[in-house]
Design a protein. Structure first.
Length: 369
C-alpha cells in the first residue's frame, strides 16, 4: 500500500528532485456497481469509490519544464516535456500532458513543475486508474498554483484530458467518481445533468472487487467501436443520444430498436435496459432487497456479454464463480470490458473469504476488501 495524502511527502520525491513538494493530493479509484456503457449516452450510473488511491506530489518550477516520475511505471524514471508544447507519446505520460493541456485551455497560467506519482489502483482493471491520476494531478496543481477550481470543474478537466489528448472516448462517470465519490455510499449520477446523490449501501452488505488480470485499454479499438455503434444507433433512431430513447415510451422504444440492423440493435438494447437497471438498483439498495439486486446484477452481466459483447472468458468465469458463492448476493463484470474486474455484493464480514474462494476456483486477484 502507498502512503495516503494526509501523510508526509514521500522520500522518493526528495531523492529524485532534491527538495520537498509544494502540494500533495490524491484521488480514489472506483468500481461501478451498475450502469455500464451508459455515461457516453448521457445516461445513469452508480459508481462507488474504492479504498485504493493515486497520490500526486508537485513542486512549482521557475521555467516551463515538467519532470514527472511514477513509482509504478518505467522503474521510476523521470520523463520530461514543456508546458505549451505537449506532444502525444503513446505512454502513461500522456495523461499528465493531457491534464496540463486541459488546464491551459481554461486560461489558467502554469509554469513547469516536478511531480511524483504513486498508486495502488491496479492499472487496466477497469477501476478508473487514469481518472484517479488526472483528478489527483489537477488537485495538486490547484494547490501548487492557487487555481480556483471546484470538484465539478476538476472532473470536467480530467475528462477533457483523456478524450481530447489521450484519445479515449470516455464519458464523465470516471472523473466524477474520482472527484466526488466516497467509499461509504454509491454515487447515483445523471451524466446528462450532472445531478448526483449518495446512496448508502445496506448495512448487511459490503463490496467485493476481483481483478481478472486481463488488462484493457480505453483507447483500444474495440472500446471506440462500441462508442461509434452506440452513436450510430442513436442517429438512426433520430435521438440525440440513447438517453432520449430510454426516456421514451417503453414499447415504442423496444419496437424501434428491433428495426435496427445487427449489431446496432443489441448495442442499443443494452444501453436502454441498463439505464432502467440503474434506477431499479437504487431502489433495491434503499430497501435492502437482496433478491432484486441479484437479478439486476445478473441481467446486467448477461447484457454486457450478449448484447454489448465486451466480456472475456476469464471475466465470465469469475462472475459465474461469484454468483455461485454462498456469501455473494450479486455479481457482474464492471468497467469498460475486454478484461478488467468484476464487482460483487457480499454479506458484510464475509467478502474477504468469498473472494479467496472465487480466486482459488477461477483465478484473478482480490482488490477490495
Amino acid at each position: 500500500m502507498i502512503a495516503r495524502s494526509s501523510d508526509p511527502f514521500n522520500a522518493d520525491f526528495v531523492a529524485r528532485y532534491g527538495h520537498a513538494p509544494h502540494a500533495i493530493a490524491s484521488a480514489p479509484g472506483r468500481v461501478n456497481l451498475i450502469g455500464e456503457h451508459t455515461d457516453t449516452s448521457e445516461g445513469l450510473v452508480l459508481p462507488i469509490a474504492i479504498p485504493r488511491i493515486t497520490r500526486v506530489e508537485v513542486k512549482r518550477r521557475d521555467d516551463r519544464v515538467v519532470r514527472v516520475g511514477s513509482a509504478n511505471m518505467d522503474g521510476g524514471a523521470l520523463l520530461t516535456f514543456t508546458v505549451g508544447r505537449e506532444s502525444k507519446q503513446g505512454t502513461w505520460v500522456d495523461y499528465v500532458q493531457g491534464t496540463v493541456r486541459a488546464l491551459m485551455s481554461t486560461g489558467d497560467a502554469l509554469s513547469g513543475f516536478d511531480a511524483w506519482i504513486a498508486s495502488d489502483i491496479p492499472i487496466g482493471a477497469g477501476l478508473a486508474s487514469s481518472a484517479a491520476l488526472e483528478v489527483a494531478l489537477v488537485r495538486a496543481l490547484r494547490t501548487a498554483f492557487a487555481l480556483g477550481l471546484d470538484e465539478l470543474e476538476i472532473a470536467r478537466l480530467a475528462r477533457a484530458a483523456e478524450t481530447d489528448f489521450v484519445g479515449a472516448p470516455i464519458g464523465i462517470m470516471d472523473p466524477m467518481a474520482a472527484s466526488l465519490a466516497t467509499t461509504e455510499a454509491a454515487l447515483f449520477l445523471d451524466t446528462r445533468t450532472l445531478a448526483y446523490e449518495h446512496v448508502a449501501l445496506p448495512s448487511s452488505l459490503e463490496v467485493l472487487v476481483i481483478d481478472s488480470g486481463v488488462v484493457h485499454s480505453h483507447a483500444s479499438g474495440e472500446y471506440a467501436t462500441r462508442r461509434a455503434e452506440v452513436d450510430r444507433a442513436a442517429y438512426i433512431l433520430d435521438v440525440k443520444t440513447l438517453r432520449d430513447a430510454f426516456e421514451g415510451d417503453v414499447r415504442a422504444t423496444a419496437a424501434a430498436i428491433a428495426t435496427l440492423a445487427p449489431p446496432l440493435d443489441r448495442r442499443a438494447r443494452h444501453v436502454v435496459s441498463e439505464n432502467r437497471r440503474v434506477l431499479d438498483t437504487v431502489a433495491a439498495l434503499r430497501t435492502g432487497d437482496a433478491v432484486a439486486l441479484r437479478s439486476l446484477f445478473a441481467a446486467s452481466h448477461a447484457s454486457l456479454r450478449d448484447d454489448f459483447e465486451v466480456t472475456v472468458p476469464e471475466v465470465d468465469d469469475l462472475v459465474a464463480a461469484a454468483q455461485a458463492d454462498p456469501d455473494v448476493i450479486a455479481a457482474r463484470m464492471t468497467g469498460g470490458g475486454f478484461g478488467g474486474a468484476i464487482v460483487a455484493l457480499a454479506r458484510r464480514g464475509h467478502a474477504r473469504e468469498a473472494g479467496a474462494r472465487i480466486v482459488a476456483s477461477s483465478g484473478g486477484n482480490v482488490v477490495v476488501p
